[in-house]
Design a protein around this ligand. Structure first.
Ligand code: KG4
Length: 333
């Protein structure tokens, strides 16, 4: 079964052709260079660029997969959550394509697709516990089956990626800040740059807003005193603190709930310190860890196609009145 999958939830226009867990093509047109000028994603610009890019990206995905439109058995699309104008471009394109080809339309939840990135080229099967960390979400989910999810904890304020991006912007680093911060970070120094460990009521919940503010205040204090900041060391200290918090809570949840398999997902799953700390903690606790390949960590349509395949098997088929939604819980139905 060949699926043409579409992703347009934020600043990447992507179309992929997938077959079960296999990726035949995955074309991504990124808008990062343009949003960089503004220090963050400008939603209106994102929607316009998706509109301009989507037809060409779709053609290229079909060309690279060496198939024709007649070979497509279903169209999968990210319908929520994300930037509403951006999502609408993908959803409407998908509806038109599915209707004209007379094939099923499969709505795919963005966070579910990030989790599905772990199925690409791997033998991972539910049940497992998944830590999904992106620019807008930080959530621990029990993946009970391919389309059955139980969120057990999440951020009460900022997402981990948002914390990285905002501190990086204050340091004058280029967008997307998390990526730049990870690249230039050296060794952490917690004595020089003490950063708090946030307290949360829920055992598996997160809070990154206080940590973000503490880092930003530290930067402002230094500049008021004309003290030079060692940017690579501060980046490494923040990166380590965030990775430590994410790792500790995820391992605690896995041990409490008896999971011997953990998966990591979302844009921040590319973070080198998080990958390192979580790998080491899993090894120490006899837990098997699955991490997506770096090219499938950020937004891409391959993960939408693979996740969409399982949604299709479970009967989650959309109709032509499918709408996009800016917010949607992962366990929607
Ligand atoms: O999942 P994603 O591509 O988009 C959504 O938010 O859905 O995640 C983007 C986030 C941004 O905050 C970006 O700074 C962060 O992922 N990110 C990273 C790294 N790569 C991407 N943060 C830290 N280290 C990285 N290597």
């Amino acid at each position: 079964m060949k699926i043409l999958a579409i992703e347009s939830s934020c600043d990447e226009t992507s179309v992929a052709i997938t077959e079960k867990r296999r990726v035949l093509s995955n074309v991504v047109a990124t808008q990062i260079a343009e949003h960089k000028l503004y220090g963050g994603v400008v939603p209106e610009i994102a929607s316009r660029r998706h509109t301009e890019a989507i037809t060409g990206v779709c053609r290229e995905a079909i060309r690279q997969a060496n198939i024709s439109y007649d070979d497509i058995d279903a169209v999968a699309v990210t319908f929520a959550p994300g930037l509403i104008g951006a999502l609408l471009v993908g959803v409407n394109f998908a509806k038109g394509l599915a209707a004209s080809l007379s094939v099923p339309l499969i709505p795919v939840h963005h966070l579910r697709s990030h989790i599905a990135a772990n199925y690409i080229g791997s033998d991972l099967k539910p049940p497992f516990l998944c830590l999904t960390v992106s620019g807008g979400n930080t959530i621990i989910t029990e993946v009970k089956d391919y389309t059955s999810f139980n969120p057990i904890g999440g951020t009460k304020d900022d997402a981990a990626g948002e914390c990285f991006d905002k501190v990086a912007r204050t340091l004058g680093l280029s967008y997307p800040g998390g990526v730049t911060l990870d690249k230039i970070a050296t060794a952490p120094d917690e004595k020089r740059y003490p950063l708090p460990i946030p307290h949360t009521e829920g055992k598996y919940d997160f809070s990154f807003s206080g940590l973000k503010t503490a880092a930003i205040n530290l930067i402002h204090n230094c500049s008021q005193k004309n003290e030079e900041i060692d940017v690579p060391v501060l980046c490494a200290t923040l990166r380590h603190r965030v990775a430590e918090i994410l790792t500790d809570k995820t391992i605690t949840a896995a041990k409490d709930l008896g999971y011997s398999t953990i998966a990591l997902a979302g844009g921040v799953s590319a973070n080198s310190e998080l990958r390192k700390l979580l790998s080491a903690a899993c090894e120490e606790n006899g837990i098997t860890l699955y991490k997506p390949e770096l090219k499938y960590c950020g937004d891409n349509a391959a993960m939408v196609g693979v996740g969409g395949y399982y949604e299709y098997l479970s009967g989650n088929i959309g109709t032509l009145d499918l709408n996009a939604a800016a917010t949607m819980p992962i366990n929607y139905r």
